[in-house]
Design a protein around this ligand. Structure first.
Ligand SMILES: *Cc1c(COP(=O)(O)O)cnc(C)c1O
Length: 395
């Protein structure tokens, strides 16, 4: 038996999405720029997918640009704002400490090119305070970029409030909504969003495809030069089957959102309750403003990596921090930003189950984590020092 509980890293494609993509691999495989019927069928499919995606976030079809995923969308949104800023003599950007590396590393690149970046801190629950954003904004600010929901600790940011601040100052607002789209309601009008990034493989679509929403009237910078696809804003022959499957997956996710979120929240809260019984443990992130599927804990006196490997042996796929940072020795920048010290941050576990998880599986996960943490502590020198009073417990 395997229990896949790492949906924040990627999801298994839904059957509906798989079925939707097959005709565009086998039959309508033509290049959408070609005039014969295989190509035109493909082109029509792209445009109807654009309409579906737009509807799911309350945008219009011409505001949707298909990309290779969340990372590319983040890059393009931020570079677009930077180019517009340069023209207006504005070279300052506001962001926060717990962004995905697709955002943080793009900002670092801009810093090397002479931009200034203000990183607003988050509180101990991982929440950004809109007042901090407001006070970080300067005369020369060209962009505010704050993620909709965090991929590690699941906190949902006050996006609408931050968007309203930016709107009142006529300032571009981008949000990395990769963890939010398809999981919680996202409405670019209501949320005052100018640019939004999303990725299909986080909502049961295929990997390697995503989209960028850019509000009408904003002049986009293309970061991939070539042909005139995506109205000249993103060159390269379109990933037709991927785009069609993404639209189908998003449509399905939005249709089932309420039902799935209700199920996931009850699973999440049972997991949180069960794992809280482990001594010297702590939940990371906010209890209320939290993604329906996200559970993230720190356990003192253990290594998250060892915990993962032993859970894998028991048939459970989970994560420690984010997939991108596993394999590196540095603890997660997100856990450090919410004030976890290095040793504690190293003992983290993220569980993000799918809505099809059974109650028996949830019980099995709780039991397995409890047993494994106790087992690891039984021969951990760090734990021994904590218990003997040689060092002090933090949690
Ligand atoms: C997964 C993820 C990304 C990157 O998306 P890709 O499609 O894998 O490039 C960006 N931001 C967040 C918050 C993510 O969870």
């Amino acid at each position: 038996m395997r229990i896949y509980a790492d949906n924040a890293a990627t999801t298994k494609m839904s059957k509906i999405a798989v079925n939707a993509m097959m005709p565009y691999i086998e039959e309508f495989f033509g290049n959408p720029s070609s005039l014969y019927s295989e190509g035109q069928k493909a082109k029509e499919a792209i445009e109807s997918s654009r309409g579906i995606v737009a509807r799911c976030i309350n945008a219009s079809a011409r505001e949707i640009y298909f990309t290779s995923g969340g990372s590319e969308s983040d890059n393009q949104a931020i570079i677009t704002a930077a180019e517009l800023g340069k023209k207006a003599g504005k070279r300052h950007i506001v962001s926060d400490a717990i962004e995905h590396h697709a955002v943080l590393n793009t900002l670092k690149k801009l810093e090397r090119e002479g931009f200034e970046v203000t990183i607003v801190p988050v509180n101990e629950k991982g929440l950004v305070d809109p007042a901090d954003i407001a006070s970080a904004i300067r005369e020369d600010t060209c962009l505010v970029t704050v993620m909709y929901a965090n991929n590690e600790i699941g906190t949902i940011q006050p996006i609408k409030e931050i968007g309203a601040i930016c709107k009142s100052k006529q300032l571009l607002f981008h949000t990395d909504a990769v963890q939010a789209v398809g999981h919680i309601p996202v409405d670019v009008q209501n949320d005052n969003i100018d640019m939004l990034s999303a990725s299909a493989h986080k909502f049961r679509g295929p990997k390697g495809v995503g989209f960028l929403f850019v509000r009408r009237g904003i002049r986009i910078t293309n970061i991939i030069e070539g042909g005139a696809q995506e109205r000249g804003k993103r060159a390269g022959t379109e990933n037709v089957a991927g785009i069609v499957a993404m639209a189908a997956a998003l449509d399905e996710s939005v249709a089932n959102m309420e039902k799935d979120a209700a199920r996931l929240k009850s699973v999440r809260d049972r997991l949180i309750e069960g794992l809280s019984e482990i001594p010297h443990s702590a939940l990371n992130g906010d209890l209320e403003k939290r993604l329906p599927s996200n559970v993230n804990f720190c356990f003192e006196g253990i290594e998250g990596e060892s915990l993962l490997l032993l859970l894998d042996d028991k048939g459970i796929s989970a994560s420690s921090g984010s997939a991108c940072t596993s394999g590196s020795l540095d603890p997660s920048h997100v856990l450090l930003a919410i004030g976890r010290v290095h040793d504690v941050a190293h003992g983290s576990l993220r569980i993000t189950p799918g809505s099809d998880v059974t109650d028996e599986e949830v019980d099995y996960i709780i039991r397995s984590v409890k047993e494994t943490v106790a087992y690891l502590r039984s021969f951990s020198p760090v734990w021994r020092d904590l218990c003997s009073g040689k060092s002090k417990f933090i949690l």
